[in-house]
Design a protein around this ligand. Structure first.
Ligand code: AHG
Ligand code: MN
Ligand code: MN
Length: 338
């Protein structure tokens, strides 16, 4: 019993790690924890939808049912607004950034960017999904509504980032720039318990994760890299293993624990790839660097990119350091013909 450290206790314990600690960031993380529990409860019931009424239709009480990504968006937004530490949020589910209007919120120091439900196409088939979040200190003056500049900060300015994975267990994994820590949810206690302190990704890995169905549209360097992964070179532990869930959070989580590389490159039809810089790639980049790995767009460090739009996409290569370096070298060696 005495060995159990809850997320709440851990956050308070680590509060002094922040240069300007005053409990606000701890309170903010507490609101994310609360929303995660609510969304977890709903996701666990997702399979019952066929019995109790279909999503988008009406439930047995005759109430309209929301899609889970809209539900998750609403719950995270409400939890973040309620604690008064956040002046605004940007979300995959919102076209524009949302400013919180209460005076207490206008006086808040932080903005949050989020993907409230990542991997949503996996919900219907009982496969892991997630939530991703990214936290910045605002650059606009306290007391005013947040501005575009608050949301378009480069990833290296993040003060905290993390994800929740709703999987065979539900976990919350986060960093505030002092390592990456993972907490597993105990539904009987209703608490997240510290289960993975100071997570580190192996420098080398032998898992590659990519939607290979898009092979024909990949840049030449990525095609060559995939063939490199598949070569029979036993002394180099090749061929590697291919694993792709289709939920970034789940693919990332596995590779973080085991070592590996997640790739979502540009394609002939989507020149900037699919994933969103601000609420998918930057938070994962902060986590992976804190765990000893790397995140790249193929040439540049993800967290050094200067965002220009809220929903901008970027090619994404994230994981074990030596694997990211290797795919970068392939992209350099085999530039695409014009
Ligand atoms: P979201 O559900 O938030 O739209 O994100 C889906 C993303 C990401 O989770 C996943 O890795 C990727 O899309 C899968 O894309 P493909 O189906 O093109 O492989
Ligand atoms: Mn997503
Ligand atoms: Mn999403």
């Amino acid at each position: 019993m005495s060995d159990i450290r809850t997320l709440g206790e851990f956050i308070v314990e680590k509060q002094s790690d922040f240069p300007h600690a005053s409990g606000e960031l701890s309170s903010l993380l507490g609101s994310i924890k609360l929303a995660a529990k609510i969304v977890n409860r709903e996701i666990n019931k997702a399979g019952l939808v066929d019995i109790t009424g279909s999503v988008g239709g009406q439930n047995v009480q005759g109430e309209d049912q929301q899609k889970l990504d809209v539900y998750a968006n609403d719950k995270f937004k409400a939890a973040l607004e309620a604690r008064d530490q956040v002046c605004g949020v940007a979300s995959e589910e919102e076209d524009e950034a949302v400013a919180f209007n209460k005076e207490l919120n206008r006086n808040a120091k932080y903005v949050v960017l989020m993907d409230p439900l990542d991997g949503s196409s996996n919900i219907d088939v009982n496969v892991s999904v997630g939530t991703i979040f990214s936290i910045y200190r605002r650059v606009s003056p306290v007391g005013t509504p947040p501005t575009e500049e608050d949301f378009l900060q480069p990833g290296h300015q993040q003060v905290a980032a993390g994800y929740i994975i709703y999987g065979s267990s539900t976990m919350l994994v986060y960093t505030t720039g002092n390592g990456v820590h993972g907490f597993t949810y105990d539904p009987s206690l209703g608490v997240f318990c510290l289960s993975h302190e100071n997570m580190r990704i192996p420098k080398d890995g032998r898992i590659y994760s990519i939607n290979e169905g898009n092979y024909i549209r990949f840049p030449l360097g990525v095609k060559k890299y995939i063939k490199f992964c598949q070569e029979n070179v036993p002394e180099d532990d090749r061929p590697y293993t291919s694993r792709y869930i289709g939920s970034l959070v789940a693919d990332f989580h596995r590779n973080l624990l085991k070592g590996g590389l997640y790739l979502y490159p540009s394609t002939a039809t989507h020149p900037s790839g699919k994933l969103r810089l601000l609420y998918e790639c930057n938070p994962m980049a902060f986590l992976i660097e804190q765990a000893g790995g790397l995140a790249s767009d193929g040439q540049n460090r993800i967290m050094d990119l200067k965002p220009t739009e809220l929903h901008q996409r970027v090619p994404f290569f994230v994981g074990s350091t030596n694997m990211v370096r290797k795919v970068e070298s392939f992209l350099e060696m085999y530039p695409d013909q014009e």
